[in-house]
Ligand binder design. Structure first.
Ligand SMILES: Nc1ncnc2c1ncn2[C@@H]1O[C@H](COP(=O)(O)OP(=O)(O)OP(=O)(O)O)[C@@H](O)[C@H]1O
Length: 516
């Protein structure tokens, strides 16, 4: 991003001051005004609302005076492609309810945070069906349609990458893309559940077990997802597969205010009385894995209704009643396990179950998991070390027993999640003879908290890798093409952090290989 030249002095050009484009509270911040005087490294600016301000010259950018007030629908039409200018254009369009804007063939979506049903109805889908890309207003249906036509006409496969920070609208966008692909490639009048119906209904199931309320998003996906939709030679959907990545396991045992654990825990506590009784549950405030945060409810979400909705969606994706019971038994068992506390045992550095309440929760968890209570207690309070001369059992102190309990709960939950994904996949069915595939990748955006863990390292590494992929296509390949064709062009400078990525990947691979 280049700063405005000092020759701006005396020129009555409008400028945009981009001191900080993203403020602390996530609001876009810029000032639209005119430079009236230059004082050393600073510029005196009269803003469009009549205020006089002084800003560093390095933070001011020329404004595109040719651009219409309503903004441009493709950012490549802007005279200056600097960050405040891009944001200014998006905001001008957003003010007119235009949430989508192109930058070449990339679609930028600004989250409206309110329902805009007219944007996604069948009438709108009909309009984008077969329309030339760029002919109609920017829309995610145009992107999906371009992909669909490409697989039909060019017989290859396509993928759509949806990225952005938490709460940006990736999952909603992915769902709408899938709806459009189901509209184009669905089979009408088919008996029973169609592949597309099952793919769409897999969303509420995955969201119940993989989403939670976070600071940024009331329905935040805590896993990455790649949905592969397979098409036959007639362009009809013939199979699908959902692949998930890196579920946030730590959330099962650790939640901080004002966030929640995974939705399914609260849904089960709000289930019909016979289910609550069967799983020996009750008020979520009585469970350690839920009461570390004071947040139990999500605005406009009725957990009791969501529970019934999830069970219906499970029926559609082919999870039968017995399997549903087993799933919720595990969910309940995890809550009971979280309430098992430990105190020092009789031996040095050993532990035992704290009191009658803890014994009750251990017994209930064992019953729900259909395993032996004593074996479960031993697995929490003792550690088995395998040596070449046989196994040695060592007691664990209370602190280590809590760690072991939490590790058990996390592993149980992530295996349950993987099982649900596998079940969905086997019930939807794959088409080994698929002619082409459209993949939609909905991956978590860059994260930076006060305290960052290994999970953030993995998430951010993934994002950087995707950015490299993007750079490879947008910058590197384009520039190589220009050089090959001997076109006179100026080099676009961008930060290439491939070396850093290679280093991190080498270290991580080494850690995995050596098992450290
Ligand atoms: N196109 C849209 N129209 C209306 N509301 C939207 C749209 N996109 C997003 N939203 C709203 O924003 C919320 C957050 O969107 P979404 O869950 O898709 O974000 P995300 O980028 O997937 O976040 P995360 O990475 O945390 O999962 C949604 O629950 C919905 O209320």
């Amino acid at each position: 991003m280049a700063s405005a030249p000092t020759t701006i002095k005396g020129t009555p050009v409008n400028i945009i001051v981009g001191t900080h484009v993203w403020a602390e509270d996530n609001e876009v911040a810029w000032i639209d005004g005119e430079v009236v005087e230059i004082k050393g490294t600073e510029a005196v600016i009269v803003t469009t609302d009549g205020k006089t301000i002084v800003a560093a010259i390095s933070s001011i950018y020329p404004k595109d005076m040719e651009a219409p007030r309503a903004g441009v629908d493709d950012m490549t039409k802007l005279a200056y492609l600097h960050e405040p200018g891009v944001l200014y254009n998006l905001a001008s369009r957003f003010a007119l309810n235009e949430i989508y804007t192109y930058t070449g063939n990339i679609l930028i979506a600004v989250n409206p945070f309110r329902r805009l049903p007219h944007l996604y109805d069948v009438h709108m889908m009909e309009q984008y069906k077969g329309a030339v890309f760029g002919e109609l207003s920017p829309h995610l249906f145009a992107v999906a349609d371009a992909c669909y036509r490409a697989i039909i006409n060019e017989h290859g496969s396509q993928s759509i990458l949806v990225s952005g920070e938490s709460g940006a609208g990736k999952t909603e966008t992915t769902k709408m893309l899938m709806r459009y692909l189901a509209f184009m490639g669905g089979r009408s009048g088919t008996e029973g559940r169609t592949v597309e119906q099952q793919v769409l209904e897999s969303n509420p199931v995955l969201e119940a077990f993989g989403n939670s309320k976070t600071v940024k998003n009331n329905n935040s996906s805590r896993f990455g997802k790649f949905v592969e939709i397979q098409f036959d030679k007639h362009g009809k959907i013939s199979g699908a597969a959902v692949r998930t990545y890196l579920l946030e396991r730590s959330r099962v045992c650790q939640v901080s205010d004002p966030e929640r654990n995974y939705h399914c825990f609260y849904m089960l506590c709000a289930a019909p009385p016979e289910d609550v009784k069967k799983f020996k549950l009750g008020d979520p405030r009585t469970f350690h894995y839920l009461n570390q945060s004071n947040c139990y409810e999500v605005a406009n979400v009725d957990d009791a209704r969501e529970y019934l909705g999830t069970r219906n969606a499970m029926d559609v994706v082919g999870i039968n009643q017995d399997e549903q019971e087993a799933i919720f038994r595990i969910v309940a068992a995890i809550l009971h396990m979280g309430n098992v506390e430990f105190v020092k045992g009789n031996e040095i550095d050993s532990s035992k179950i704290k009191d009658d309440t803890s014994c009750y929760h251990l017994k209930t968890a064992a019953e729900l998991l259909m395993c032996d209570e004593k074996a479960m207690e031993d697995s929490l309070c003792k550690r088995v070390i395998v040596t070449p001369d046989g196994s040695i059992t060592k007691p664990l102190d209370p602190e280590a027993a809590v760690t072991s309990r939490d590790a058990f709960a996390k592993t149980l939950y992530s295996r349950l999640f993987d099982w649900i994904v596998d079940k969905i996949n086997s019930s939807i069915g794959q088409d080994p003879n698929a002619k082409s595939i459209i993949g939609v990748l909905d991956i978590y955006g860059f994260e930076s908290f006060k305290v960052n863990s290994f999970e953030q390292l993995c998430i951010n590494l993934t994002n950087e890798k995707l950015q490299q992929h993007f750079n490879q296509h947008v910058f590197k390949m384009e520039q190589e093409e220009y050089t090959k064709d001997e076109i006179n062009w100026s080099y676009v400078e961008f930060v290439d952090n491939q070396d850093v990525l290679d280093l991190i990947e080498k270290v991580v691979t080494n850690l995995i290989v050596t098992g450290s």
